[in-house]
Write a protein that binds this ligand. Structure first.
Ligand SMILES: [Zn+2]
Length: 357
């Protein structure tokens, strides 16, 4: 099986399917369609972004029990990174780890198991995860695709199970003041200084960690003011903040931030996304645990600091995990996936899918 996985992964890597290369994204989906010929599927397209949902049912359906999710787009890369290379048990190339090898395993497993599974298995293939996934995974779910449990082959878990992802809130803080000449500061109220004070108070409560830490963090992304000249006291200023919240804080973070802001600072919510918090007691995680035991491995649960398409499942109340093979270097020039781990990934996922009735 490893030969087939390797060969399909290499074929997938050869497509320069950068998220904004729509032609290559269409072509890579066509290749997937060839691989999955004969199975029912529903094509989706939103804002020119195509994606597919395959199901092991005689005709297409929206209601799945288990959903396998793979994105076939990649971040931009140099031409040579679309030529897969094997070295020391590793397969190098753009998307090897993020996440074409996992996609290859999912496609092959779907083909192999589709007829024998007594439940509806869905396979989502999307092409916009690297540009947030709104028109791929999110669109499919908004169109009514459902499941009891979803697995994305996203990189980062390294054969462990990522069951927790931080949520994301993007907010804008605006301070107003009174314009005045810089020579007569006493007539003015400096909006930038008010904003500075507000941000300071937030960062005191949510300090920036200097090592990976499973806590809620705030990134000050941007500060703007309409004032462009040195001799005027600015009368308005706006800051853009990116807040990553651990699941325990998701519901309370915005009221908490509001309570920490000095009077007069206006908070506007730009974006709010929950995190992922699939409990260890989830029956499908328990089944995975069993599948690990069968292969003499121990399941380790972990968390991820950045988001993925899994968040869209969480938004719909669908439990799920990130689970992918071992590798490193995603989004860098040295991206690789461990070839042996692909066989392990395949076997673990296969036992899991077969254990569900
Ligand atoms: Zn990815």
């Amino acid at each position: 099986m490893n030969d087939q996985i390797l060969s399909l992964t290499k074929k997938l890597i050869a497509f320069p399917s950068e998220s904004n290369n729509r032609e290559a994204c269409l072509e890579i989906l066509e290749l997937a369609q060839k691989e999955l010929q004969g199975f029912s599927f529903t094509p989706f397209a939103k804002n020119g972004i195509p994606s597919l949902l395959y199901t092991n049912t005689p005709s297409p359906t929206k209601k799945c029990k288990i959903i396998l999710n793979a994105h076939l787009d990649v971040v931009p890369a140099k031409k040579e990174h679309f030529v897969p290379k094997e070295k020391d048990g590793k397969l190098y190339g753009r998307g090897a780890y993020d996440m074409k090898a996992a996609a290859a395993v999912m496609i092959l497993l779907f083909k192999e198991l589709a007829q024998e599974l007594p439940y509806t298995l869905g396979l989502q293939l999307t092409t916009d995860e690297e540009t947030i996934g709104f028109y791929g995974t999110n669109y499919q779910l908004e169109e009514g695709i459902t499941g009891e449990f979803a697995i994305t082959g996203e990189c980062g878990s390294n054969l462990r199970i990522t069951n927790r992802l931080r949520g994301l809130h993007v907010i804008e803080l605006t301070a107003s003041g009174v314009e005045a000449h810089a020579g007569h500061l006493w007539h003015g109220e400096n909006a930038l200084l008010k904003l500075y004070e507000a941000i300071n108070s937030l960062l005191q409560h949510y300090p920036t960690p200097d090592a990976p830490s499973w806590i809620t963090t705030i990134n000050l992304a941007n500060i703007t003011t309409k004032n462009t000249t040195h001799n005027v006291v600015p009368s308005e200023a706006t800051a853009l903040l990116d807040i990553r919240t651990i699941p325990e804080d998701v519901d309370t973070i915005l009221p908490k931030i509001q309570s920490l802001l000095p009077e007069g600072i206006i908070m506007k919510i730009i974006k709010s996304m929950p995190g992922l918090n699939t409990k260890e007691t989830n029956p499908y995680i328990q089944k995975l645990m069993q599948s690990y035991k069968e292969h003499d491995k121990q399941l380790v649960l972990t968390e991820s600091y950045a988001g993925s398409d899994m968040i869209f499942f969480a938004m719909q109340g669908i439990d799920g995990i990130e689970f992918g093979p071992i590798g490193a270097g995603q989004h860098s020039d040295e991206e690789w996936v461990n070839i042996k781990s692909l066989e392990d990934y395949y076997q673990l996922l296969k036992s899991f899918l077969l254990s569900i009735t």
